[in-house]
Design a protein around this ligand. Sequence first.
Ligand code: GTP
Length: 200
Amino acid sequence: MEGAILAGGSGRRMGGLAKGLLPFEGAPLIRTIASRMAARCNRVSLIVASDKQAEEFAMLKLPTRLDFLPGSGPLSALHSALTGAEEPLVWVSACDMPFVSPQAASWMAGRLAESGANAVVPFVHGRLHPLQAVYRSDCSVYTRECIDRGERRMMKLLEAIRPLVAEESELKEVGIDLSFVTNINTPEDYDRIVPGYRMG
Ligand SMILES: Nc1nc2c(ncn2[C@@H]2O[C@H](COP(=O)(O)OP(=O)(O)OP(=O)(O)O)[C@@H](O)[C@H]2O)c(=O)[nH]1
């Protein structure tokens, strides 16, 4: 399995800050996420929306690729992650999820292998989390189809992929901490996760 971190968002709700560079456990958040992913992945890449972002993240020294259609949202970033993959399975994560879990990813990859599904997407706290999920790299057929139709919505992509859904109860049963889908969107979210770190 390989890892892909989508890091090309604009972070508007965070005041335009690059969320992936927020300090977390003594390192930029993306570094913490990448080292956790490296526990299960032979390679972890970053997918960004512009050369400027690629430069901004260059000090992380991760293989970096551009979106298929730069800046047109996570679906085109996911397409780039899948087409650039060297392995049949891709663990995808947003860059703002501090508690990514190798245990959860392994479990999802195992379910994928057993079931023959195209992808495994967790359904936690009442919603699907397609940016913390495991996909077969050949799901690029579906991402491309959506892009060609001008479709940008991840939920429309999921309708086409028909992933196996990892239910909250199943995840809990195998002892997976549901915080692996927690993400940081606002200064308040960050402050909750890194107490005492007051944003401007
Ligand atoms: N490569 C790439 N990643 C993206 C793009 N849009 C969003 N992402 C990533 O997808 C994840 C979820 O993004 P959101 O939090 O919904 O959007 P955001 O742009 O980061 O933040 P807001 O502007 O506050 O909505 C984050 O890891 C983003 O960096 C894009 O166009 N390209």
